[in-house]
Write a new protein. Structure first.
Length: 532
């Protein structure tokens, strides 16, 4: 705040100098084009930011100036007096206001190592500390559970076999917590059987490494998982043309871990929506050339922004302004100057509500997997990441239940729905927390696997096929039956492969699996390779 206060004083004094020029122009020519509106905007900005930075007198004079600037030629002397008052209120600290440099402390992650081998535990702890992480190392499951109760770590590296229990059960316990989805988990073991790897994935781990462990590979994988969490904070778009107020909002929200972008030119609002894809919008009301109410009405015309929270942040404190904001489609109304704690609380509350609403909108009601459109959005994100990071190019998996129509015809749609729920439950149990699961339509499903090469992706999907084929389903008349599933896999081939070509490759592989007799998995050939 000291840094912001100093910056505010310097920029506000520059703004006051411009205001004096505008007031002189109005005194000479009361009809000077645009001068009165521009002056009102300057007063409006200072009114909103003054008290925020510890200058209540600046806010008082700014509000008064907003009203006076709407008057005619008789207001010229009043405007000059108000501007002198602003300069005096700011000038008291102008010489003392020197921005202080805040010490930047890099963000650190807390990692928990659960390993009964003393040498391995010590080595991994040392390597993680070298990467700049805080590390807690324990030897037993009981010690790990006690450490997790004290504070949930950002990452866990756990051995499968512990002296007092299974590492799998430890992972499941973490995933069952309300906040357990946020932790990156890798497992290590001397056992290299494929079923052990599958069990690690089924328990909720994000990866499995055999002993002797490739520590460099493990650290790269762990860092990737942590970076994805670090680089994906909620995005806040602040529509604000007053630089000092925008700076205040940015620093308060960034300090809480949000990603913030300032939109000072309303003409770029649509472009910012598309490029930044915000999770919440902070909207000023009085903007050059347009009002925040108009921008919000425009926003609400688009279905894809139906759940996007809009919080008005303005000096307009009258009930009529609140009513107008709600009618325009706003979700909340904060009055400048706003307390930083109130701003953070409002943003957090509306983001949480929007997250829940998006979850309801993006999840299929029967299977609780992602809907077709939501899955495609995630697939596009994975595609872009894969183009930037070749080592993490994803695999797109299309799955289709074989002869599913016969289930509905013979046993009814209720039994068919049970089969769909059973398959979606199998996907959640057998795949990793980091994998993206969607119901593509009807009896067709889709999965995104990241961080697996083609042979590993094939083994995972093959195991899914076998596990589902082994399930027994019961009809209402007591008849028991089983069903099979076919799959098609397409790994992102190269940086030049288009998103549509990637989707088509997975679809074509699935169609081949169906045409070749069903109950099989086909991998799409890479460019220049024969079909497999």
């Amino acid at each position: 705040m000291n840094e912001l206060r100093g910056e505010f004083v310097m920029s506000a004094l520059q703004r006051v100098a411009k205001m004096r020029t505008l007031a002189e122009a109005l005194e000479a020519d009361p009809g000077a084009p645009g001068a009165r509106d521009e002056l009102r905007l300057h007063f409006h900005g200072l009114a909103g930011a003054g008290t925020t930075y510890g200058f209540p007198e600046v806010t008082r004079l700014g509000l008064q100036g907003e009203r006076v600037s709407l008057e005619g030629a008789s207001a010229a002397s009043s405007l000059a007096s108000l501007i002198e008052g602003l300069e005096a209120a700011l000038g008291v600290e102008a010489t003392a206001a020197k921005p202080e440099t805040e010490e930047r402390v890099p963000a650190r992650f807390l990692a928990l190592v659960v390993e009964d081998d003393d040498l391995a535990r010590s080595l991994l702890k040392q390597r993680l500390e070298q990467e700049g992480h805080d590390v807690r190392a324990v030897a037993t499951r009981a010690e790990a559970e006690a450490a997790i109760q004290e504070r949930l770590p950002d990452a866990i590296v756990a051995d499968v076999m512990l002296p007092d229990g299974s590492g799998y059960e430890l992972v499941k316990a973490v995933r069952q917590r309300m906040d357990g989805d946020e932790t990156a988990i890798l497992m290590v073991s001397v056992r290299s059987d494929f079923l052990d790897k599958v069990q690690a994935i089924a328990s909720g781990a994000d990866g499995f490494f055999e002993k002797p462990v490739d520590w460099d590979g493990l650290l790269r994988r762990l860092q990737h998982l942590l970076e994805r969490r670090r680089l994906d904070p909620p995005r806040i778009l602040c529509v604000e043309d007053f630089e000092e107020q925008a700076s205040f909002v940015r620093k308060v929200l960034v300090s809480a871990g949000y990603e913030v972008r300032i939109n000072s030119d309303p003409r770029r609002f649509d472009a910012e929506l598309t490029a930044f894809r915000p999770d919440l919008i902070l909207m000023d009301v009085l903007l050059p050339g347009v009002s925040g109410y108009d921008l919000t009405r425009y926003l609400r015309q688009h279905v894809r922004f139906a759940s996007l929270p809009v919080v008005f942040l303005t000096t307009e404190a009258q009930p009529e302004a609140r009513i107008q904001g709600l009618r325009a489609g706003g979700d909340d109304f904060l009055v400048k100057p706003v307390n930083p704690s109130l701003l953070l609380s409002a943003v957090a509350a509306h983001l949480e509500r929007a997250r829940l609403l998006r979850s309801l909108m993006e999840r299929d009601g029967l299977t609780r997997l992602m809907t077709h459109s939501a899955f495609l959005e995630r697939a596009k994100d994975a595609y872009e990441r894969g183009r930037r990071r070749p080592e993490f190019r994803p695999a797109l998996v299309m799955l289709d239940l074989d002869r599913f129509k016969s289930v509905n015809d013979n046993f009814g749609h209720a039994i068919g729905d049970r089969v769909l729920v059973a398959f979606s439950s199998l996907l959640r149990r057998r795949l990793r927390h980091s994998d993206v699961l969607g119901r593509y339509g009807g009896e067709e499903f889709a999965v995104l696997l990241e961080g697996l090469d083609e042979p590993d992706a094939l083994r995972v999907v093959e195991q899914l096929r076998k596990d589902f084929g082994a399930l027994q389903h019961a009809a209402s008349n007591g008849t028991r039956f089983s069903l099979t599933v076919s799959g098609g896999i397409a790994c992102l081939d190269s940086a030049g492969m288009s998103f549509e070509a990637w989707k088509k490759a997975a679809d074509d592989a699935l169609y081949r699996a169906k045409a070749e007799g069903r109950d099989r998995v086909v991998v799409a050939p890479r460019a220049g390779s024969p079909p497999s």
